[in-house]
Design a binder for this molecule. Structure first.
Ligand code: TMP
Ligand code: ASP
Length: 236
């Protein structure tokens, strides 16, 4: 498959066309941003780690019956994915209180919920990705009710699988963000990435943060946290 022109450059990834109109090439960068791009930096080796972790999780999820955009890992930073139109929703699942939930609801971080929660943000940088509900998403024609139902079912399935997967390697899956896309025939598939950029991972024993919050909150040892997650997942 041939890599053609760049179509898009996001905060953490670049997207290129290929000679197959239904397939795109994603290239993961070491660039990191937070607070809607206000804080900027680099995390050495992040691109390669996020590429590998995302592809591994997507392949495991496919086996669990979650359709994804994954096609083929090409190199340490580059992956072929199915072309989708992204549903402009950030789908956030939470198992434990943290981050914007704690802030908005005025509760400490670390409260373990009896059941996972789901929320949607409207993916719109100018508005700062505002929290919306499913009715708002349908009113704005971001998704249909059928698509919302599919997305909810898939997101909770991803959570059940990943929560158990990470527990086995001594990591609590606190929360994470997913994005979904539509294939040309309208099928909803899991897209974007699943990585320490988009999940909160806490060591089950020490509760040490092993994710991008180390960058967002200037906690230091950012690269070490990403490397530690590689070790937990791949044993290296
Ligand atoms: P939040 O607590 O800041 O709303 O974040 C919830 C989860 O979503 C957390 O695991 C980090 C992830 N996330 C992203 O992947 N991208 C974003 O832009 C934000 C704000 C959060
Ligand atoms: N990547 C997001 C941004 O720069 C925010 C985040 O992950 O915290 O806005």
């Amino acid at each position: 498959m041939e890599k053609l022109n760049q179509l898009y450059e996001g905060k953490a990834k670049k997207v290129f066309a290929t000679d197959d109109p239904e397939v795109l090439l994603v290239s993961y960068k070491d660039d990191a941003t937070a607070f809607n791009g206000i804080k900027r930096g680099t995390i050495a080796g992040k691109g390669a780690i996020n590429n590998r972790v995302t592809n591994y999780m997507m392949q495991l999820l496919e086996k669990e019956g979650v359709p994804t955009h994954f096609v083929k890992e090409l190199s340490d930073r580059e992956t072929l994915v199915k072309k989708v139109t992204i549903v402009p929703l950030e789908v956030i699942i939470r198992n434990i209180s943290a981050g914007s939930f704690s802030k908005r609801c005025g509760v400490e971080e670390g409260i373990v919920f009896d059941e996972p929660t789901i929320e949607f943000s409207y993916k719109n940088d100018e508005l700062g990705d505002p929290l919306i509900n499913a009715y708002h998403a349908v009113a704005l024609k971001l998704a249909t009710w059928d698509e919302i139902e599919t997305i909810k079912t898939l997101a909770f399935k991803v959570n059940s699988f990943m929560k158990a997967f990470f527990k086995k390697v001594g990591v609590d899956l606190v929360d994470f963000k997913l994005e979904f896309g539509r294939l040309s025939d309208g099928t909803i598939v899991l897209a974007d990435e699943i990585s320490p950029d988009t999940c909160r991972f806490w060591d089950s024993e020490t509760h040490e943060k092993l994710d991008k919050d180390r960058f967002r909150r200037d906690l230091g040892h950012v690269e070490d946290a990403y490397q530690e997650m590689m070790k937990r997942i791949f044993g290296e």
